[in-house]
Design a protein around this ligand. Structure first.
Ligand SMILES: Nc1ncnc2c1ncn2[C@@H]1O[C@H](COP(=O)(O)OP(=O)(O)OP(=O)(O)O)[C@@H](O)[C@H]1O
Length: 244
């Protein structure tokens, strides 16, 4: 399978704090990679580096063999191809659900209003939010907001979707509806990198699991390898905490 994203010797420092140490990873088309690990292990920072919301201190991030850290790299185009879904949805509060899904299409992709609306309706249908197109974010629940945020990301025709703890800000009863949509996308072959504390999703939906510990990827394997047969004591301890 074609490699879409490759990370080589990535480091990130905040001041003197070395948060990512020599990260190496590769993601191929169609993979669903979950990144798990304790709080503060660097999961979100790694994901944010992939979208250059954080600037790596050193190393390389290759998107289809092109280093995104090069000066001449077209970051704007890249961000349409590598979409991000945030913990806190990041919707425009004063815009409707439909407008939230059409704005970037019109502004960034220069899609016509009617085409942008048609695509928005298609993806809002997919996330089962079609009946809320005229609602404002304040009028819908957290789970519904996150589903709109996913539809908005899909409207840009991304090649990869990054999810940064997409269910962490939700009330427990809304987690399932968001995970269901993500599972549907995974089944349809969307390439996804998901930072999550949802171990059932990591175990049942992802094709590969990265366990991060203190700024490094300590284990990288199939869900079977990581959850049934972890090699490292720290992975075992972490998973034990989740099983309670
Ligand atoms: N903007 C920032 N400035 C300074 N330090 C930061 C910044 N962002 C993250 N850090 C530090 O980097 C470390 C890793 O944080 P990160 O959010 O990547 O961890 P995480 O594994 O995603 O944790 P969690 O599961 O709690 O979200 C932490 O020590 C954090 O304090």
């Amino acid at each position: 399978m074609e490699t879409i994203i490759k990370v080589e010797n990535l480091e990130k420092k905040f001041g003197e704090n070395l948060v990512l140490k020599d990260i190496n990873m590769e993601v191929s088309k169609g993979e669903v990679v979950t990144i798990i690990g304790s709080s503060g292990s660097g999961k979100s920072t790694l994901l944010r580096c992939l979208n250059l919301l954080e600037e790596p201190t050193s190393g390389k991030i290759l998107y289809k063999n092109e280093n995104i850290l090069e000066k001449h790299f077209d970051l704007r185009a890249y961000r349409t191809k590598v979409g991000m879904v945030f913990q806190n949805f990041n919707l425009f509060e004063n815009k409707t659900v439909l407008e939230n899904c059409t704005l970037s299409q019109e502004k960034v992709l220069k899609t016509s209003k009617s085409d942008a609306e048609a695509k928005a309706r298609k993806y809002l249908e997919l996330v089962e939010m079609a009946q809320y197109i005229n609602a404002k974010p304040s009028q819908i629940s957290g789970g519904q907001k996150q589903r709109v945020a996913i539809a908005r990301a899909l409207c840009m025709d991304p090649e990869v979707l990054l999810f940064d703890e997409p269910t962490s800000a939700l009330d427990p009863e809304m987690v399932g509806e968001v995970l269901r949509v993500m599972t549907k996308l995974a089944e349809e072959g969307m390439t996804m990198i998901v930072v999550t504390h949802e171990m059932d999703f990591a175990r049942e939906v992802s094709t590969r699991v990265l366990f991060m510990n203190e700024g490094i990827i300590l284990e990288d394997g199939t869900p079977e390898e990581i959850f049934t047969n972890p090699k490292n004591q720290r992975t075992k301890d972490f998973l034990k905490r989740y099983r309670g």
